[in-house]
Design a protein around this ligand. Structure first.
Ligand SMILES: N[C@@H](CCC(=O)N[C@@H](CS)C(=O)NCC(=O)O)C(=O)O
Length: 319
């Protein structure tokens, strides 16, 4: 685990000590948008027109943020238009790598061994974290965007003209409500599990776990009378919550010590998690072997032996 400073790799864990034991996630740096005609999107530069076989997605199957983008690629039937590379689940002293393992798909651009080589290929002086997902422009050799929430949005709308499947997961009339739910879920659940798990101070950990379970209780209540988070149609808000819920009982509950309850203990959240997991194509975007290997083996400060637990045995079937 590390980061690039002026294009040089430094093996270094997150600095929580400078923040009173708190994990603070840094902002993604590439914020351009693919649009139907290549005009600029809400942030960044223009020049990224939606075209088949022009863009490539780098993911870790372990990563909940990358999972969102794979889900949107699947829902919009973009698999034949946007190719994918998958990193090795172990993120150790060199960060994400393409070292061979079951499920790894190599880098087609520079045949990188380490993902950080791709960042320095694009910008030899890059400083910052080397994260997935990355949406890459094969034509211009540029990173379009490395912020999953934005990659989801562009996959949702930009590719209609070249054959994307119908279906809008961020419809205009629901945007305000989706944004509000996303805000709550991002801070307290998606990033909440990391803030609890990476905390190096007992009080900070307790605060984050408390906030996480308070929010899960609220979401459980919300799903008592409605099937999805925003009204009765599935939206990006659901898929954003799903990628954390599907990892919860396997890793966040034990590895990140988010252990007041499991998702299985919540009637509505468990029903909801199983429904989304069984949605056509979605199970293919979830790789429990990579998920468990990544978390338990990569974070040696949390799990020094690197032993990957055998359980839990989870049954996602719909009854
Ligand atoms: N805001 C980014 C966060 C992505 C992110 O943090 N990905 C993790 C994997 S789950 C990563 O690559 N971490 C490496 C690091 O922090 O050095 C997004 O949503 O795309």
């Amino acid at each position: 685990m590390g980061l690039l400073v002026d294009g040089k790799w430094h093996d270094q864990w997150y600095d929580t000590e400078g923040n009173g034991g708190r994990f603070i996630r840094t902002e993604a740096q590439y914020r351009n948008w693919i649009t139907p005609d290549g005009s600029p999107g809400p942030t960044g530069e223009g020049g990224f027109k939606a075209e088949p076989n022009r863009y490539h997605l780098y993911v870790a199957m372990a990563c909940p943020w990358a999972n969102r983008t794979l889900i949107m690629r699947k829902l919009k039937k973009l698999e034949d238009m946007i190719s994918v590379s998958v990193v090795n689940p172990l993120m150790a002293e060199n960060g994400w790598t393409f070292e061979p393992a079951v499920g790894v798909i190599p880098d087609p651009v520079i045949n990188a061994t380490y993902l950080h080589e791709l960042y320095t290929h694009v910008d030899p002086n890059y400083s910052g974290r080397v994260t997935v997902p990355i949406l890459y422009d094969l034509k211009q050799n540029k990173i379009v965007n490395n912020e999953s929430s934005e990659i989801m949005r562009m996959l949702n709308t930009a590719f209609y003209g070249v054959g994307a499947k119908e279906g809008d997961y961020y419809p205009k009339e629901l945007q305000e409500e989706i944004d509000a739910v996303n805000e709550l879920v991002y801070h307290n659940v998606n990033n909440g599990v990391y803030k609890a798990g990476f905390a190096t101070n007992e009080g900070v950990y307790q605060e984050e776990v408390g906030r996480l379970f308070k929010t899960l209780d609220q979401l459980e209540a919300r799903l008592e009378n409605q099937r999805y988070l925003v009204g009765d149609q599935i939206t990006e808000a659901d898929w954003r919550l799903f990628t954390t819920l599907i990892r919860f009982d396997s890793v966040y509950y034990s590895h990140f010590k988010c252990n007041i309850r499991q998702i299985r203990d919540y009637k509505n959240l468990w029903r909801y998690t199983r429904e989304l997991y069984n949605w056509p194509g979605i199970a293919e975007t979830v790789n429990f072997k990579h998920i468990k290997e990544h978390y338990y083996r990569s974070h040696k400060n949390i799990n020094p032996t690197g032993i990957v637990p055998v359980g839990p045995i989870l049954d996602f079937s719909l009854d």
